[in-house]
Design a protein around this ligand. Structure first.
Ligand SMILES: [Zn+2]
Length: 309
């Protein structure tokens, strides 16, 4: 089976002598099952309060991660042709992302710099306000994108880097939808209707992303799955999938687990080795194979086919 996922925070876990092939993180090459082919978006995230120079931090995370990938059999993908070849050959793929617009250090021209490094998804904010906009996690009177934020969306469109609206304030979200001429993704966000937390998205937001031709990745963060996070399990993930499917989300729903971005996981999921349990659970409730394949990976493959250069 093809298993694609829009969000994993492994890059800041594989520092020094910690490697991608085998480690104690949620995601490692030795946890990948031989019978599946994996495509993973890896985000290099930055907390502006932990790092004086966010650009420098993200840049060094990406450079380090690319070096570490060379020691594995995982190929970096920046275009559909390479992805197609990898999938046909059963080779696993990595796609690079930046999480947190602080990484630009306020400089628009750094969008191109990150594009040249191979970045293809760009999360506008992490959990704090930055030069581009306001996060959904902090309340603020004017939560719109800044003028620079609007310029960055246009620049992301120019280079065909997908604007990622997970973490972004709702007003900022609608600014992205209005500004972007290309598809938009929420790489790791669930349904607010089922679990009313700031990090999740409303049905209206889901429909706007769908309308843009973009993707919504279901996250495995227990607190974004269930009001009582201790109850989160594989069935909770299915509930969010089912809700978005009920909004005609057959081409839009994808996975965005947030492995290694979280300390606790839903019951039954210990890491990337357990992701196929989601497919098993969907089969149990009589989802057709073709639909399961879309949710588990095909929707992301198709998205890259249509949206990448
Ligand atoms: Zn995140």
């Amino acid at each position: 089976m093809l298993i694609c996922d829009l969000h994993c925070d492994l890059p800041d876990k594989v520092i020094g002598d910690v490697e991608i092939d085998s480690n104690n993180a949620h995601w490692s090459e030795d946890r990948l099952k031989k019978e599946n082919t994996y495509v993973q978006v890896f985000a290099s995230y930055v907390d502006k309060y932990a790092h004086d120079d966010p650009f420098d931090r993200v840049n060094s995370l990406i450079l380090n991660f690319k070096e570490k990938l060379k020691k594995t059999d995982i190929g970096i993908v920046t275009d559909y042709e390479t992805l197609k070849r990898n999938i046909a050959g059963g080779k696993n793929s990595a796609i690079l992302a930046v999480e947190g617009g602080e990484a630009l250090g306020g400089k628009l021209e750094r969008v191109k710099y990150f594009y040249d490094l191979g970045v293809r998804f760009f999360t506008i904010t992490w959990n704090h306000k930055n030069q581009l906009g306001q996060s959904s996690s902090e309340s603020c009177e004017n939560a719109h994108l800044t003028e620079l934020g609007i310029q960055v969306i246009k620049q992301l469109n120019k280079y065909t880097i997908t604007p990622d609206v997970s973490h972004l304030s709702e007003a900022g979200f609608w600014d992205v939808i209005e500004t972007s001429t290309k598809p938009v993704a929420a790489t790791h966000s669930n349904s607010k209707k089922l679990c009313n937390v700031r990090r999740n998205i409303t049905d209206e937001q889901f429909l706007a992303i769908k309308e843009s031709g973009g993707l919504v990745g279901i996250s495995f963060v227990p607190a974004f799955l269930e009001k009582d996070e201790t109850k989160a399990n594989v069935v909770s993930i299915i509930r969010h999938i089912e809700h978005f499917m009920s909004l005609d989300g057959e081409q839009t729903v994808a996975l965005g687990g947030d492995f290694d971005g979280i300390s606790t996981l839903p019951f039954g999921i210990s890491g990337v080795n357990d992701v196929d349990k989601i497919a098993d659970e969907l089969a149990k409730i009589n989802y057709q194979d073709e639909i399961i394949a879309k949710i588990m990976g095909k929707n992301i493959e198709n998205y890259i086919k249509n949206a990448f250069l």
